[in-house]
Write a protein that binds this ligand. Structure first.
Ligand code: SF4
Length: 465
């Protein structure tokens, strides 16, 4: 174990106690409470309002909803396409939407974050990526510290594509790994060797991509503790800067592709807890800091440093040090946050193309935040990102006293204090290293929409563990 590193052991009985359906809090209020009373007109007005602050940077997200083959476990908004004409038609709409959003934003054209997600963004190849980047580079100016990131499938992405992306200013990559075990890979319909991942990773390092991330998943079919520990060992051998370890949500009634998974091969709940506890213990013992419940970063990575200083942020693209008050989502199903409102695009390719052709934009639902939403959003984001809430800063920001506003919620924190997940003193609330695994449960206390009824609604949210 490296010096000054303490590993975190998460007792399985606590995992059992706190495992329940709950939001991931990539947004507050969460998507299930957004409504169709918010649409294209409201989005247009919000973009125009944002244009009044030309000095503020914006974050951009581009969704590329195509893959070569559908993985059995996949829960993303993607599809398998065979015809180049279908890809080109989608890119035509995407370019049109980029142009329309940029025209409403006017002089508000600086960007501090650009992220390509999917699907498999590199599926569209160098010509497709080049076309989108050309348009963005023409219409927006990156800040000096702009994070430009892309999700990489090591089976599909070529070294030439990585060279191209680095040449175009991309500086962060995230690799989908999931599990290195061949048996597990067969059960999820995604075969990729250790060597494939290693080759892509080494090339990313040569190109000096920063914050290289691996995505792993626990709870997949045929995973055993021994197999998953081997995946963790191989991961530690490669030592990516960041790791996200997601829980697999098996929802075959919502995701038809998951019907190819044999439910009898899924690890039982107790084993799933052990897999996650093992990941937390092994990664923290190897020197990784637990950034969020299921995110880890090396101590020298900028996410760790930002968290230490209380300046970490989180949005739909993940954790970031680049805070942008507004985020513009582009492409099918993409989400935007503009002028204190959430907006989401339609989730089907055909309706997306139709809406962009009629309106230039494709929003179909959203939510304008009330004052109470903004207050709670701040508290939840502070806990989720920086594992603490400072009472004085809260008061300075909102002109109200935490103790008075959250008297009832604060009382409910006692249960977490008893379980040593939270420390409370006069200055604020702090989540302990053990409590990091349960930070979603702690945040749920401050969620005004989470009534007992909704907590019980199976399928609305994934489980917290
Ligand atoms: S590559 Fe990713 S987005 Fe595509 S099918 Fe597999 S899991 Fe889903």
């Amino acid at each position: 174990m490296p010096d000054n590193v303490t590993s975190t052991k998460v007792p399985v009985d606590l995992l059992r106690k706190y495992d329940r359906p709950g939001p991931r809090y990539t947004s507050y209020p969460t998507a299930p409470v957004w409504g169709q009373d918010v649409g294209v007109d409201e989005y247009r007005q919000a973009l125009s309002a944002a244009s009044q602050s030309p000095d503020q940077p914006t974050a951009l997200y581009c969704h590329i909803p195509f893959c070569r083959k559908r993985c059995y476990y996949c829960g993303c908004n993607t599809s398998v396409v065979k015809k180049q004409a279908s890809v080109d038609a989608y890119l035509d709409s995407l370019v049109r939407e980029i142009e329309c959003a940029a025209s409403h934003l006017g002089q508000r054209n600086r960007i501090s974050q650009l992220h390509f997600g999917g699907g498999t963004p590199t599926f569209i190849g160098i010509p497709g990526l080049g076309r989108i980047l050309d348009r963005i580079d023409h219409l927006f100016r990156p800040t000096d510290v702009c994070e430009k990131s892309i999700e990489i499938d090591p089976r599909v992405t070529t070294l030439e594509q990585l060279d191209f992306l680095a040449g175009r200013g991309l500086n962060r990559v995230s690799l989908g790994v999931q599990d290195f075990d061949h048996e597990v890979q067969e059960a999820i319909g995604r075969i990729q060797s250790f060597e494939q991942v290693e080759k892509i990773l080494n090339h990313c390092r040569t190109l000096q991509f920063k914050g290289v991330n691996f995505d792993l998943i626990y709870g997949l079919p045929r995973q055993t503790l021994k197999r998953f520990n081997r995946t963790l060992e191989l991961t530690l051998q490669l030592r990516p800067d960041r790791l996200a370890i997601y829980s697999f949500a098996f929802l075959p009634s919502l995701k038809a592709n998951q019907a190819k998974i044999n439910p009898e091969e899924l690890p039982p709940t107790e084993l799933k807890y052990e897999l996650f506890a093992s990941a937390v213990e092994r990664l923290t013992a190897a020197g990784y800091r637990q950034i969020g419940m299921d995110h880890f970063a090396l101590p020298e990575d900028e996410l760790s440093l930002a968290q230490q200083d209380g300046r970490l942020h989180r949005n739909f693209m993940g954790y970031t040090v680049q805070s942008a008050p507004e985020m513009v989502g582009l492409g099918m199903s993409a989400i935007s946050y503009v002028a204190d409102s959430f907006f989401q695009n339609v989730s089907k390719v055909d309706s997306y193309k139709r809406s962009v052709s009629e309106h230039g934009l494709a929003v179909y639902r959203g939510k304008s935040l009330s004052n109470d939403d903004l207050v709670r959003q701040y508290v939840i984001a502070s806990l989720m990102c920086n594992f603490r809430l400072d009472f004085a800063r809260f008061q300075e920001r909102f002109g109200i006293t935490y103790g008075e506003y959250f008297a009832a919620e604060h009382e409910s924190l006692d249960a977490f204090v008893d379980d040593k997940l939270v420390l409370v003193d006069q200055g604020g609330v702090r989540v302990t290293p053990l409590g990091r695994t349960f930070v979603r449960n702690i945040a749920m206390l401050f969620d005004a929409y989470l009534t007992a009824d909704r907590q019980a609604t199976a399928g609305t949210f994934s489980r917290t563990i």
